[in-house]
Design a protein around this ligand. Structure first.
Ligand code: PRP
Ligand code: URA
Length: 213
């Protein structure tokens, strides 16, 4: 699916992203390789997500003289959802080392699929920053919707989501609760199964990142 039926969804179809995503989906890919791929894909996708961020002029002296350049106008906050978001956030932080990092710990109850929040540490000035919420899997959207609720409670309003694989059901649920939030994903897959897993997806992202399967 190319995601064009949802105006707030950007599917990053760049071939370098898609080639890596294919290897990440492969069940034979081991933990070490999987973790490296997730970081690389996230970093590549962050280029696309930050494309429209405003800049302000900045002058520097090159060895040959004054040069007009620019810098990002606003500070950035990366908010990975623990655990699996950590695998992406490390890759993005290499690209945007000046970004603040907030953490939200959320896991799904495996029976009800309800999100359980167990940790919340966001920067005090997050409301003045552009926020990128990071989680590889957008399944039912329970986790991301809860994360965005918590971020909006701080007063933050510039919020984008970066994920790797999204289910149509999750996109619909996120749009219903947070219609103004833009979603960047590398794929929109077919559906959820009866345990709330994305089909074909890539399995349990946290387990594959941290070797806990
Ligand atoms: C996974 C994933 C998302 C969530 C997606 O986390 O990383 O956070 O499930 O599902 P949802 O859209 O239905 O909420 P999980 O609950 O497995 O926790 P973990 O990252 O600690 O493994
Ligand atoms: N969480 C995962 O890690 N994978 C899925 O497919 C759905 C939720």
């Amino acid at each position: 699916m190319d995601g064009s039926q949802w105006p707030n969804v950007n599917v990053v179809l760049h071939p370098v992203v898609q080639e890596r995503l294919t290897v990440a989906r492969d069940k034979r890919t081991d933990v070490q390789h999987f973790r490296r791929l997730i970081g690389e894909i996230a970093r590549l996708m962050a280029f696309e997500l930050t494309r429209d961020y405003a800049t302000v002029p900045r002058e520097v002296e090159s060895p040959m003289g004054a040069c007009q350049g620019c810098k990002l106008a606003r500070a950035l906050t990366l908010v990975p959802i623990l655990r699996a978001g950590l695998g992406m956030a490390e890759g993005i932080h290499e690209l945007l080392p000046g970004a603040r990092m907030g953490h939200l710990g959320i896991y799904r109850n495996e029976e009800t699929l309800d999100p359980i929040v167990y940790y919340n540490k966001l920067p005090p000035d997050i409301a003045e920053t552009d926020v990128i919420v990071i989680d590889p899997m957008l399944a039912t959207a329970g986790s991301l919707n809860t994360a965005i609720d918590a971020i909006k409670q701080t007063g933050a309003s510039s919020i984008k989501v970066l994920c790797l694989v999204a289910a149509p059901e999750g996109i619909e649920a996120l749009n219903a609760r947070h219609p103004g939030v833009l979603v960047y994903t590398a794929a929109v897959d077919d559906r959820l199964d009866d345990r709330g897993y994305i089909i074909p997806g890539l399995g349990d992202a946290g387990d594959r990142l941290f070797g806990t399967a």
